[in-house]
Design a protein around this ligand. Structure first.
Ligand code: 4UV
Length: 569
């Protein structure tokens, strides 16, 4: 059996008896870079509010007091975090963790149906939301059966708070005077199984599932990234150190997604950096923010890299302060990679590769290589062991192409309450990634193709099975298959092949307008039930039948090829 091990340095002992907030806020890690007292942890992009480390600690304590005393949040209670990025996002996470609770982060743009799905799957006991997401929270909670006094709202300057809902500021103020909560401490080894997050991913097939992420997974990935980038290891010269206390990162990645949550928030805070909290991505605002806050680090996804290369506004701003750009979550074209190199001649630029199930980063460009190769996803981070499983089921070696299967101290444990899907993806501590890769003899990982079903639209997962379920709810659809088609900006976009019902077919035969009306109605149906990146922007193609295997499994590859041909025509 060929196992390919990371060669990117050694990993220090990973504490398995600490919760994430204990690791971030209390633990004196001898390797941790020292944050100068004046360097804020978070900066609110809009208001400029700076949150220093002691404030982060105090707010977390006070909120934990309130959540414990007033809402009885405790062991294994799930709190659904339904918010745009906000300076209190980590406060909410860590307050819940300190009580032994679990956080399930959700996309704040979700509609009622999508939120309800997550509430049901996690049996959430409380929602903490952004004011923009309050309306959806209220309607989904009602459907789910959660009373409205179990919805708390973040405070946002300029947004009039709804007097019916308790705000986080109010709870922090009250909590400072309440009885101190009793901290959930872990026994040695317990960090490996004690749940911290239920983040959603569709895995290799099917609808979105809650991924069981224990406390140690996040701590491990932070330490893996730190070891990989030689954080605080006297790596010289100083200019070449990738992450330094006082550096400032843009926080445009959403914190509900694993990349933003682990890399942008937990890892960069560990490094002593400041994170500019951006509630909603807007490209020109990002450019202004780079200049205003002297941003040095950009963690982005490929569509944002495309904008950096092609948007005319870029010329108006001095972006020379950028020292490092990390791109991940979806493939980046060679053209964009090369353009970035020209645009930022002195910056380190590279891709990271990871997934929710490996919480998070599996590979990334090493500090010695200032610029990633086009198409390459860097080196395995310390502690990762990889197998490359070829199509014949045997395990290959260097330069063989096959599915990447990884073992890492950061791996998630399972899909929550889903034995079948767990069995397919999590095998004896290994995670099947569903990505086709090659690892070269010099240890570089190349992503060749995605063999699992999911689509990546602007870096976000879209599960065909989820959209197919929604499409089948439409009265004119009798069968369907959703595939991704390439798109220059979004990477890929969803396109639906649809078989009409006999009734719809009859209408089409008798009226020349009927087909267009049905098409519009199907597109609208998906748009009104799903968040924007899941909309059928790739179109709807009517077909007489969907090709299937004798056992009834969709032949997605056939339709994917057909879709490509149709778009060329
Ligand atoms: O589960 P998920 O939505 O997770 C992610 C995580 C992306 C990260 C995380 C940490 C980083 O430092 C970083 O740069 C990126 O997206 O989706 C996982 C799937 O997304 C595809 C691949 O199919 C994964 O199984 N994917 C992720 N990164 C890349 C990628 C990449 N660099 N190139 C191509 N595909």
């Amino acid at each position: 059996m060929v196992e390919i091990r990371s060669r990117s340095g050694s990993l220090p002992a990973i504490p398995d008896d600490l919760t994430i907030p204990q690791f971030q806020l209390d633990y004196r890690d001898p390797n941790r870079p020292i944050r100068p007292a004046h360097v804020p942890c978070l900066i609110d992009d809009g208001s400029g509010r700076r949150v220093l480390f002691p404030e982060l600690q105090q707010r977390t304590q006070a909120l934990a007091n309130s959540l414990s005393s007033l809402y009885s949040i405790g062991e294994d209670d799930v709190v659904l975090l339904f918010s745009r990025n906000h300076v209190d996002y980590p406060v909410a996470i860590w307050a819940v963790h300190r009580l032994g609770g679990i956080i399930s982060p959700a996309n704040p743009d979700f509609g009622q149906q999508e939120l309800e799905y997550q509430l049901k799957a996690t049996k959430a006991a409380l929602i903490i939301c952004h004011p923009d997401a309050l309306k959806t929270s209220v309607s989904a909670a009602r459907q789910f059966g959660l009373s409205s006094d179990r919805i708390l709202v973040f405070n946002v300057e300029g947004s009039t708070s709804n007097a019916d809902y308790v705000t986080v500021d109010h709870l922090v103020e009250r909590g400072a005077k309440l009885k101190a909560f009793s901290e959930r401490k872990l026994k040695p080894g317990e960090g490996k199984t004690k749940l911290a997050f239920l983040s959603f991913s569709s895995g290799t097939t099917g609808t979105p599932k809650a991924v069981v992420i224990p406390h140690i997974a996040v701590i491990a990935n932070v330490l893996q990234l730190a070891a990989h980038s030689k954080v605080n290891q006297d790596y010289a010269p100083w200019e070449d150190q990738r992450y330094r206390p006082g550096d400032v990162a843009s926080g445009v990645l959403p914190l509900y997604h694993i990349y933003g949550l682990v890399v942008n928030l937990h890892f960069l805070l560990y490094c002593g950096m400041a994170i500019v909290i951006v509630p909603k991505f807007n490209f020109e605002n990002m450019l202004k923010s780079i200049v205003r806050h002297h941003i040095t680090h950009l963690m982005i996804v490929p569509p944002q890299a495309v904008l950096l290369c092609k948007h005319p506004a870029v010329k108006k701003y001095n972006l020379s302060g950028i020292r490092y750009i990390m791109i991940g979550a979806a493939p980046l074209s060679d053209e964009v990679n090369e353009m970035l190199f020209r645009l930022f001649p002195t910056a380190h630029i590279g891709q990271g590769y990871g997934m929710t199930e490996t919480c998070t980063v599996t590979s990334i460009w090493s500090i010695e290589r200032k610029r990633g190769l086009s198409g390459g996803a860097g080196q395995l981070v310390p502690g990762v062991v990889a197998r490359v499983v070829k199509t014949d089921g045997t395990v290959g070696g260097y330069n063989d192409v096959g599915e990447l299967v990884v073992k890492s101290p950061s791996n998630a444990l399972a899909y929550y309450n889903n034995h079948q899907a767990t069995k397919e993806t999590f095998v004896d501590g290994w995670v099947r990634t569903g990505d086709e890769v090659k690892i070269t003899t010099d240890g570089e990982l190349w992503i060749i193709d995605r063999i699992k079903e999911i689509l990546k639209v602007k870096g976000f997962q879209v599960a065909p099975a989820e959209l197919e379920g929604t499409l089948l709810d439409h009265p004119d659809v009798s069968d369907t298959c959703v595939v991704g088609v390439p798109d220059e900006f979004s990477g890929e976009i969803p396109l639906a092949f649809v078989v009409l019902t006999a009734d719809a077919d009859a209408r089409v035969q008798s009226s020349s307008r009927a087909l267009e009306d049905i098409r519009n109605s199907i597109v609208k149906h998906v748009a009104s039930n799903k968040v924007a990146y899941k909309h059928l922007t790739g179109g709807v193609v009517f077909v007489p039948s969907i090709p299937k295997t004798p056992s009834g499994k969709l032949l997605r590859r056939v339709l994917r090829e057909q879709a490509k041909e149709l778009r060329k025509a």
